[in-house]
Design a protein around this ligand. Structure first.
Ligand SMILES: [Fe+2]
Length: 311
């Protein structure tokens, strides 16, 4: 795993670069990803309807979805690209799917076991269950919320915890994660102002990727950031809000410059990302085409050249 300081400073590693070749995407993995997102969305729609009608939701359908998600992410990162593309038809549902995908990916970066990853995926899918107990007019309100409305919104982790705590089995564990997903490493979160290791690590991860999703998703009332801008912003400015371990997991696993990204370097040259570097995601290989000449610059091999802008 790369050192966080290297990720933040965009510094080249001391040793030789581990090159990662681009993987050809098969149509079968794309259709499996699509099938998963459709099934997960359908399951969450049923759960949301149950919560909104104050009946006990049937959650067991989420368990195989969590298992499938881990299997899919073991074979392909395409769902990660989908989760970061900024598009949403229904923010609450898409946010649940995106948080499950991104959270599981971060867990993979932290070497979680298969069982831990499946629980993390499940926690991601259900992380905002309590929001669905609140009035739609409140959670979809575009104007600035009053302090009273904010207080109501801040009850959603506890509301979610109560729903899950009554479901038994693994959902008891998920209920704790649900209750803590808005707690922050420096004590600035809610509802209990927990600090550092008082917050379960899966809850730290869910809170972190939930923030990433909010930053990269297109909303009617604000502009989105690109994944690169969002993750770079977090690596630079959120070191007290989130644990360094969770931030490292994020920086290691989320490709900031996917293959094909057009970038400008500090040398003034522009090029295309043609290889990613799993150890140093801020330092991919960039191919530059000049008249009659093509050159590849591996940014992990030297500290002087780095990306300054995504075009
Ligand atoms: Fe939440």
């Amino acid at each position: 795993m790369a050192r966080l300081s290297d990720l933040i400073r965009e510094r080249a590693p001391d040793s030789q670069n581990e090159e990662v070749s681009s993987r050809k995407v098969g149509s079968s993995s794309l259709s499996a990803d699509r099938a998963w997102s459709v099934s997960a969305r359908q399951e969450l729609v049923k759960i949301r309807e149950a919560v909104r009608s104050s009946t006990s939701p049937q959650l067991t359908g989420c368990t195989p979805l969590a298992r499938q998600l881990v299997q899919l992410l073991n074979h392909s990162g395409d769902l990660v690209g989908w989760a970061l593309n900024g598009q949403t038809e229904d923010y609450a549902l898409d946010n649940a799917l995106h948080v499950a995908v991104l959270g599981t990916k971060v867990g993979m970066g932290l070497r979680y076991s298969q069982d831990e990853l499946e629980r993390l995926a499940l926690a991601g899918l259900l992380h905002d269950l309590g929001m669905w107990t609140l009035p739609v007019s409140l959670i979809e309100k575009r104007e600035t919320l009053s302090e009273e409305e904010r207080d109501i919104l801040r009850t959603h982790p506890e509301r979610g915890r109560r729903i899950l705590a009554g479901q038994g089995g693994v959902f008891e564990w998920v209920s704790t994660i649900n209750a803590q997903e808005h707690e922050r490493w420096d004590g600035s979160g809610y509802p209990c102002r927990l600090k550092d290791r008082q917050i379960a690590e899966p809850a730290q991860i869910i809170g972190l990727v939930d923030t990433v999703d909010a930053m990269v998703t297109m909303r009617p009332y604000r502009k989105r950031l690109t994944p690169h801008q969002a993750i770079r912003e977090l690596l630079l400015h959120a070191k007290t809000t989130f644990s360094l371990r969770a931030l490292k997991g994020l920086g290691d696993q989320i490709t900031l410059y996917p293959i094909g990204t057009q970038v400008r370097l500090n040398t003034g040259e522009s090029g295309t990302v043609t290889k990613v570097n799993s150890c140093y995601p801020l330092r991919p290989v960039v191919t530059i085409s000049k008249v009659g000449e093509v050159s590849n610059i591996d940014l992990s091999r030297g500290p002087s050249t780095h990306i300054v802008e995504v075009l």
